[in-house]
Design a protein around this ligand. Structure first.
Ligand SMILES: Nc1ncnc2c1ncn2[C@@H]1O[C@H](COP(=O)(O)OP(=O)(O)OP(=O)(O)O)[C@@H](O)[C@H]1O
Length: 262
């Protein structure tokens, strides 16, 4: 158990685990410049994968391809065994269960923590209709569960605007969880957090693996070390430079040369 009262889930890393995301030979060019260059990446079901690499390596572009914001010039991108993401637009990909958390927290500051989670339940009703609609038992329980997962049960009635930066980030992760995503893409979650918030965020993400597949893009190597129990992928110049455990990656001379230094 950790300070959030969560148990970090063990992931089945056994061979034969089916990938939930397949990217093969993906290239993206901007005015002739290859932001992604014949990139292949496979993410297993339930895996927590860290994606690291120097500025400009293509991490954001890769996330944009997975969520449908950017369509590649070539390559294939599959979700599960059958869903061809290149044939789907952004809303359809989100609907299928791939969600993204951007670096800056984006919560409704004038609403309470509970109301923010309530709104995240919203499908097509709109803000006010959702807030005035009566929650059913299942929805209420789901909000309670998520409040507990993100460690904000005691802050449920507080306005989101007065939460700390870390708490806002956890609330936003909670809002994504309300939609029960299968894959979560999380961009630099600990930028600007205190040390204690960084540790809590690590525990939160570790508690979600197994149930969800998560890709975390992060430059904070101490944080990456604390959550990388499986494979870390290093991107460089639009391709996968190497993949391995954190230890393997850190000791790889090519990684030292282009990213981590000596
Ligand atoms: N819309 C665009 N038009 C032109 N060039 C772009 C565009 N988006 C990205 N690039 C270029 O593609 C390369 C990869 O960018 P990307 O943002 O994916 O890198 P990154 O690994 O996320 O970097 P950082 O760690 O700084 O966020 C960079 O050289 C960037 O300048």
């Amino acid at each position: 158990m950790n300070v959030l009262g969560l148990e970090a889930r063990q992931v089945d890393n056994s061979p034969g685990q089916k990938p939930i995301l397949y990217l093969e030979g993906v290239s993206v060019s901007f005015d002739g410049f290859k932001a992604l260059n014949n990139l292949s990446l496979y993410i297993d079901t339930g895996e927590l994968r860290c994606l690291i690499g120097p500025n400009g390596a293509g991490k954001t572009t890769l996330m944009d391809v997975i969520t449908g914001k950017t369509k590649p010039d070539s390559g294939s991108v599959y979700f599960g065994q059958t869903l061809d993401l290149l044939k789907m637009d952004e809303p359809a990909i989100a609907e299928a269960g791939i969600c993204r958390k951007f670096q800056k927290p984006s919560v409704f500051e004038m609403l309470s923590v509970f109301e923010n989670l309530e709104l995240a339940l919203a499908t097509h009703k709109g803000v006010w209709a959702t807030l005035f609609a009566k929650l059913n038992n299942h929805q209420r329980e789901r909000i309670e569960q998520v409040l507990e997962t993100i460690g904000l049960t005691e802050h449920r009635s507080q306005l989101a605007g007065i939460l700390s930066h870390g708490q806002k980030q956890w609330l936003e992760i909670g809002m994504l969880l309300m939609q029960e995503p299968k894959v979560m893409l999380v961009d630099e979650p600990v930028a600007g957090m205190t040390q204690q918030e960084v540790e809590r965020t690590a525990q939160l993400l570790l508690s979600l693996q197994g149930e969800r597949s998560i890709i975390v893009v992060e430059h904070d190597m101490e944080f990456v070390r604390s959550i990388a129990q499986h494979r870390v992928t290093v991107l460089h110049e639009g391709s996968v430079l190497t993949e391995g455990t954190m230890e393997e990656v850190q000791n790889d001379p090519r990684v030292k040369q282009v990213y981590l230094g000596d």
